[in-house]
Ligand binder design. Structure first.
Ligand code: SF4
Ligand code: SF4
Length: 73
């Protein structure tokens, strides 16, 4: 299984939760932080991302970037 990680462009996130619902391994949650627009941005709160990109695909605000982690590096 591929491993991945995400970056959230926090100022773009509107806390809609679509990515949290879409993630098949449930590693995302709405954080306690407040962004510049007054929303609480999503965060990856535990290991287990499989770089499936579902979160980035679902996000209506293009707030998530997904990176695949190479196994042998
Ligand atoms: S890339 Fe897939 S596994 Fe990783 S956080 Fe996004 S939806 Fe979850
Ligand atoms: S789908 Fe996008 S805007 Fe909605 S909570 Fe996730 S990162 Fe934020």
């Amino acid at each position: 299984m591929a491993k991945g990680r995400i970056d959230v462009l926090e100022s773009f996130c509107k806390s809609c939760g679509l990515c949290v619902e879409a993630c098949p391994v449930k590693v995302l949650r709405i954080s306690d932080k407040i962004n510049s627009k007054g929303y609480r941005p999503v965060e990856q709160y535990k290991e287990g991302c499989i770089a499936c990109r579902m979160c980035a695909t679902m996000c209506p605000d293009a707030a998530i970037q997904v990176y695949k982690i190479e196994e042998n590096s």
